[in-house]
Write a protein that binds this ligand. Structure first.
Ligand code: GLA
Length: 520
């Protein structure tokens, strides 16, 4: 079921990515072949959430004045649970059984500081939460699921409904995952006209008979819904795009109730006027401006593979996050799995990330996931356990959107342990919104360090080698002094105190993810 347009586009992307030199390291002919992964046991490091309530997720949430609001309090612990929010502004309401807050944001801009509370038979949890009413969305990186790498052009409305149900029943929503996003292939395919009705409204294909009902279904679970289209005449997989229908499409997305839009360049290059960076900015500026006029908040995800150094201007045109590279699923060309080269390319742009404006290195391709080359059906990831810890650790340190794109119907315990570690996710969702800096990078190891809002620092020590090795980070590298308390975030365990440096043994392609607090 290959689409020619799609494959031409893939070829073009590969050429582009190579020309942009975004492969990491010097990939020689020998190193182009990935060594077979050893048969490693996959060890679950994340402790299971306890029965007492624990509230996860960010401490800050952005919404525009008066706009529809939906937030499901992410909370682990045994149900039944009673939720309450102290100081909730007028116009908002919390469902005491589900912890879903809905309503309309206050009309007046400002910070509304509330207390989220969850109580069960064992204990009560309490967390300060700021609803920031203003003009910025996605104050922490979006978290959720996207259909592309598992359902491709096979995606149906049912998959989206199923994903929403699983996001709640698997516990993912209790850690803050909230977006349920369709990718390409919900519109009419090239050759199957009509593509729009007489008013110009985009038509869906037969697999999406009731988009409004689907979005309502997602919202009823306290989750948010995302959609996808291209500014070009056709999407990357050859379905109809928004070209010359941008405003009518955006209005329709808002009317359907979508909360997120991935706007994918695809065929826009064939019709784009102008030259240079202005040509690259144009469709995103246009959509960014349209979204600001809508009666609904829609987070804008730029997808144009990093062209024209999008990290320099993605925020200025209204983007909340922008893909910095080509497709992770198509990434090849090193002895290492593709997430390393994509991740390390993304890591270079750390100074551009900030609240509401994130570098996006693409999805979390773990669990049961499709073969990107050929849009094939799913099978278990070939990444080792250690590689999966490294992948998630890099994404969290880089304050990347955490969008899983594997099969929600086949989530196993190991995958959930990667996706559902509250202390690891807290690194990603930290309200300071800084992306980790590369402290050290050789062909055998690298270290990323992310300053956190409370004065601590999260550090990832990554082993790129084929054997276990000791990795050291010094306080000088971290620009810190004095004794530090160190915690292992995957195991959620104190390691102890250290002065000057921290050294630890790291497995092949593994990571030690730690957080350091100054000793007070
Ligand atoms: C491009 C994007 C992918 C996906 C496909 C859909 O390749 O980069 O993430 O959206 O298009 O066709």
């Amino acid at each position: 079921m290959r689409s020619d347009t799609y494959w031409n586009w893939c070829l073009w992307m590969i050429v582009c990515v190579c020309c942009a030199g975004s492969f990491v390291g010097q990939a020689t002919a020998e190193t182009m072949i990935r060594q077979d992964a050893p048969d490693e046991e996959k060890i679950i490091l994340t402790p299971r959430p306890g029965p007492a309530p624990a509230i996860h997720g960010p401490r800050l949430f952005g919404v525009r004045p008066g706009k529809p609001f939906i937030y499901r309090i992410p909370c682990t612990g045994t149900r039944p649970m009673v939720f309450h929010v102290e100081g909730l502004p007028e116009g908002l309401h919390v469902d005491s059984k589900t912890g879903i807050i809905t309503g309309n944001a206050p009309d007046k801009a400002g910070d509304y500081v509330v207390r989220l509370q969850a109580t069960n038979a064992l204990a009560k949890a309490d967390k300060e939460f700021t609803i920031r009413v203003g003009n910025r969305l996605a104050l922490t990186p979006p978290m959720g699921w996207n259909s592309w790498y598992i359902h491709y052009n096979r995606v149906t409305e049912q998959h989206l409904r199923q994903a929403a149900e699983k996001m709640v029943s698997s516990g993912m929503a209790d850690f803050g995952y909230q977006y349920v996003n369709i990718d390409d292939c919900w519109m009419k395919k090239k050759g199957n006209a009509p593509y729009r009705d007489e008013q110009g409204t985009v038509l869906t294909n037969a697999k999406f008979p009731d988009i409004r009902g689907m979005v309502d279904f997602i919202h009823a679970r306290g989750l948010r819904a995302g959609t996808y289209i291209s500014p070009g005449p056709w999407t990357c997989a050859g379905y109809v795009g928004s070209y010359r229908h941008e405003a009518i499409d955006a209005r329709k997305f808002a009317e359907w109730g979508f909360d997120f839009l991935k706007y994918d360049w695809c065929s826009y290059g064939n019709v784009a006027p102008g030259t240079g960076v202005e040509r690259l900015k144009k469709p995103y500026q246009q959509m960014g401006d349209i979204l600001k006029t809508l009666d609904r908040d829609i987070v804008l995800n730029l997808c144009q593979y990093g062209m024209g150094e999008v990290w320099r201007w993605g925020g200025e045109v209204g983007g909340n996050c922008w893909r910095t590279t080509g497709d992770l699923g198509l990434e090849r060309g090193s002895r290492l799995p593709g997430f390393y080269s994509i991740g390390l390319a993304n890591a270079k742009h750390y100074q551009y990330a900030k609240p509401g404006q994130w570098n996006d290195p693409d999805y979390l391709l773990i669990g049961w996931v499709g073969a990107a080359h050929g849009m094939g059906t799913g099978k278990p990831t070939t990444l080792t356990g250690h590689e999966q810890y490294s992948y998630m650790s890099m994404w969290c340190l880089m304050a990347a959107p955490l969008i899983f794109s594997g099969d929600m119907a086949k989530l196993d315990d190991f995958t959930l342990n990667i996706l559902g570690n509250g202390e690891v996710i807290a690194v990603d969702q930290d309200a300071l919104g800084k992306q980790a800096r590369i402290v050290l990078q050789t062909d055998q190891q690298f270290i990323l360090a992310k300053p956190m809002e409370d004065g601590s620092i999260a550090v990832g020590l990554f082993n790129l080698g084929e054997n276990p090795q000791a990795i050291t980070v010094t306080w000088e590298q971290l620009q810190r002094t004095g004794k530090q308390r160190i915690r292992d975030l995957w195991r959620q365990k104190e390691i102890g105190m250290a002065d000057h440096r921290f050294t630890t043994q790291v497995a092949r392609h593994g990571v030690a993810l730690v957080r350091l607090w100054p000793d007070e």
